[in-house]
Design a protein around this ligand. Structure first.
Ligand SMILES: C[S@@+](CC[C@H](N)C(=O)[O-])C[C@H]1O[C@@H](n2cnc3c(N)ncnc32)[C@H](O)[C@@H]1O
Length: 272
């Protein structure tokens, strides 16, 4: 066994022994203090984000169009700018005619998606908060957005199969919710559509507030799911499971692997 393998195994063993001790000693603080929990996730669960990483640009044959973000995100729970840029670029490149956002809150990501839809494109936003969408409600973008108030289950139940080209899931991030929201929308997705999840990131493990990594690790055993490098977004397309779509995804994975061969300082991948 090489020294590196031994060190890795020892590290894994120490972390697995430390986890119950940390839970026992700091259980209340882990629930109460998000920064403390975040630090604990980084230290004790460093390999939690295990999905294959790919570069967004490698998933498209044509160059991904430039985008502009008119309203920078403010306040808690708004997706960071890097994720808004990635979402907007996917929309600009994929040109979905009908898109769905689950969990919209102030509407920053909704505005970024709507601004890059094709001219006849429509975005449906769903949120239990009756005030959702304050960012775009008085702007020209509102004409492209159908704002629905209610739970994800009730608002998606009557949609026909394969009726959306793109779905963005960013509501309740707990494991059970990530699973049930995903199950509610998988049938709504067209075979060449895009399913994107927010908060594929290493927080909320101890409190259970974010179970997206655990749920997607499971889902990736049945369907191709990848992590968009440098973002907190994971992606799935039904067409990646076979034929030309599968070959496209493999090319993107190969491109990423080749780039990483150069070593940490030569990689072109945005951090982390
Ligand atoms: C993280 S925020 C969305 C942020 C937004 N996508 C952005 O980046 O600007 C999550 C939203 O999901 C909504 N939500 C949570 N569970 C829900 C459910 N079961 N049905 C509908 N909305 C839900 C919350 O009300 C909250 O506004």
């Amino acid at each position: 066994m090489s020294a590196i393998t031994m060190r890795t195994r020892l590290g894994n063993l120490l972390r697995s022994l430390a986890e119950p001790v940390v839970r026992l000693l700091f259980g209340a603080k882990l629930k109460r203090d998000p920064s403390f929990e975040y630090a604990a996730c980084l230290m004790l669960k460093p390999r939690r984000l295990s999905l294959q990483r790919v570069e967004l640009e490698d998933l498209f044959e044509q160059p991904v169009p430039a985008v502009s973000i008119e309203r920078l995100p403010r306040g808690s729970w708004s997706s960071p700018v890097v994720d808004m840029v990635a979402m907007a670029r996917i929309v600009a490149a994929a040109q979905p005619r009908r898109a769905l956002e689950l969990g919209s809150f102030r509407g920053y990501t909704a505005a970024a998606i709507a601004a890059h839809l094709p001219s006849a494109g429509q975005l449906v936003t769903v949120d239990i908060d009756p005030q959702h969408g304050s960012v775009y409600r008085d702007s020209a973008l509102a004409a492209r957005i159908e704002r629905r108030i209610g739970t994800i289950d009730e608002q998606t139940a009557h949609e026909p199969d394969a009726s959306f080209d793109l779905v963005f899931v960013d509501a309740d991030h707990r494991y059970e919710a990530a699973r049930s929201d995903t199950e509610a929308v998988l049938r709504l997705l067209k075979p060449d559509g895009w399913l994107l999840w927010h908060d594929y990131s290493n927080w909320g493990y101890f409190s259970g507030a974010c179970g997206v990594p655990e749920y997607l690790a499971e889902l990736s055993r049945e369907r191709p799911v990848v992590h968009l490098a440098g973002t907190n977004i994971a992606a799935h397309r039904p067409c990646w499971a076979q034929g030309e779509g599968q070959a496209e995804l493999e090319r993107a994975v190969d491109a990423m692997t080749q780039r990483n061969r150069g070593g940490a300082w030569q990689t072109q991948v945005a951090r982390p």
